[in-house]
Design a protein around this ligand. Sequence first.
Ligand code: F6R
Length: 241
Amino acid sequence: MMNWIVVNDEKEMAKAGADFLLSRIINKPELLLGLATGSTPVGMYRLMIEAYRKGEADFSRVRTYNLDEYYPILKSDVNSYVRFMRKNLFDHINIPRENTHLPNGEAKDGEAEAKAYEAMIAEVGYMDVQLLGIGQNGHIGFNEPDDKLCVNTHVTALTENTVAANARFFDSPDCVPKHALTMGIGTIMKAKEILLLANGKNKHAAIEALKDDTVTTAIPATLLKLHPNVTIVCDKAAFEG
Ligand code: F6R
């Protein structure tokens, strides 16, 4: 089931996303929350921080598990996702550091780290709510278009398209890591509820592919059509092109 919420712009998307997540945390203070990085959720994270500052939100019992991390990457690297999460959310709310989890980009053995991350998530019973952005090519997490997709957390090669899209954060495209650790399609689909955010014209093709009744591994986000409870909050530019 896909529930569509189409809003005017990025600001309204951030508000609708924050309201969605905050209501889930109020209902279940010990929420298992899957998080995403990238540009899309930044405004929403800002509103969540604001809600905390106003005393409207309590993150002290929430446990978070991020979708992905570059591999290999030092945690101290300005572009690591762990640094991104601290800067854009964790450092500004009352979530205990030990309640926040990301795949370890510094792990010596990536495959072993992927297995351990999946096992840790399986142990807690998978996410109550998983937040997703969407790539221009329809990737979710770093599950890139392919003939086959991985079910569980794994090490993956980033496509040229994704390296190019992410190069804006780095000194040059050569500096973008070429691999990542990511939750698999199965890890994502086992979440009880999924919230996907998208804004901007450059996401239109990917969003358009979510409207019909077909699925394809060539556009990984289409597999979300098989999930019983997905909410898509997107702005007009992403919805209409
Ligand atoms: C980030 C992630 C990616 C992004 C996607 C969109 O953790 O898993 O799938 O959600 O690449 O990125 P932005 O939001 O930068 O357009």
